[in-house]
Design a protein around this ligand. Structure first.
Ligand SMILES: C[S@@+](CC[C@H](N)C(=O)[O-])C[C@H]1O[C@@H](n2cnc3c(N)ncnc32)[C@H](O)[C@@H]1O
Length: 321
């Protein structure tokens, strides 16, 4: 297994060397091909690689690679959001989201996040905050369109251009134009109002290294309502070369509920936690949204749990003081 690990790490280093030498990370045949190779190299989960135990040189390469991936992801979203936003007036951009190369991944990732959310909360959230929503706020859009038809999504992004592109994506949709709100701010400056959300999502690309990620989580812990749910994205095994890892130790002040590691082509792991001090039955500030109606979700959870427990891909946790 060791030599196989060394080989795959060497392939990742080689791809990093090629990417780091590129003039631009904006979408092009070469950039798309290299990132496609990188993602497929990092997808296998049948490996015991722990990126935190690698040499300093590999750790440095990893932190630079994560930043390159984040920059390229931003350009990719900007590229397709601009195309969609420039469709003629009688076209609804939300009817053409499939042109985004990773749209299917977002459909699957948002379904995992919705299922975990309905497993850990007894009420349909009325207001959700998504921090780091980007030019293509696909998580909010997919959740709003397919899973939470009565929930309002407040999307926070540090980049005003990202919000301009994102709001023009939804502006022609009769439903989502009323349920998607955009705020331009660094999450670290978002103080008042974060306690009004039943659920806060933190994008994988907010906090690109451990220190920045923990800073963002600590800020959210300070301002979220007791009992509110924090949904984060992490990475597992080789996928940790693409995204930062969120550990249980990063979540002080929260009860870590579940970490779910996909084994298919959904790259991110999903982490769900609840801010300590609240009740799991009421919404935030004691509001009570309507109940999650019993549906096949519980069966889905059972399947998820059984399937994942067997492969140890789902972990339950107790409260962290
Ligand atoms: C490219 S998007 C990815 C999220 C993806 N669109 C989704 O729907 O899941 C990540 C966004 O996070 C934003 N971001 C990074 N750091 C941030 C911060 N400290 N506060 C707010 N937004 C931030 C970036 O500007 C970027 O647009």
């Amino acid at each position: 297994m060791a030599c196989k690990n060394n080989l795959v790490v060497k392939q990742i280093i080689d791809l990093y060397d090629q990417l780091s030498k590129l003039e631009s990370l904006k979408p092009s045949k070469n950039v798309d091909t290299l990132f496609g190779q990188l993602v497929s190299t990092c997808l296998p989960t049948d490996t015991n690689i722990d990126v935190t135990k690698m040499s300093e040189e590999v750790k440095d390469m990893r932190s630079n690679l994560i930043k390159l991936c984040g920059e390229a992801e931003g350009y990719l979203e900007q590229h397709f959001s601009t195309i969609l936003g420039s469709l003629q007036e009688d076209e609804n951009p939300l009817d053409h989201l499939h042109i985004f190369p990773y749209y299917d991944n977002y459909l699957k990732l948002s379904k995992i996040e919705f299922d975990l959310l309905s497993q850990h909360t007894s009420h349909v959230p009325t207001k959700i905050a998504f921090v780091g929503s980007g030019p293509m706020p696909l998580t909010s859009i997919v959740l709003a369109k397919f899973h939470l038809p009565n929930t309002t999504f407040h999307n926070f992004d540090i980049d005003s251009h990202a919000n301009t592109l994102a709001s023009s994506l939804v502006s022609r949709d009769p439903d989502l134009s009323n349920r998607m709100i955009f705020h331009t701010t660094d999450v670290l400056n978002a103080n008042e109002g974060l306690d009004q959300y039943d659920v806060v999502f933190l994008a994988a690309l907010v906090g690109m290294d451990k220190e920045a990620k923990v800073k963002a989580i600590e800020h959210l812990e300070k301002h979220m309502a007791p009992g509110a749910v924090l949904m984060l994205r992490s990475a597992h095994a080789l996928r940790a070369f693409l995204y930062p890892i969120v550990d249980s130790s990063d979540l002080k002040g929260f009860q870590l509920l579940t970490i779910y590691h996909p084994t298919d082509d959904v790259v991110n792991s999903v982490v769900i936690a609840r801010k300590l001090g609240g009740s799991i039955t009421a919404g935030v500030n004691g509001t009570r949204g309507c109940m999650f109606m019993p549906c096949n979700c519980s069966k889905v959870h059972a399947i998820m749990n059984n399937r994942c427990k067997k492969k140890m891909m789902i972990e339950e946790f107790s409260a962290i003081e």
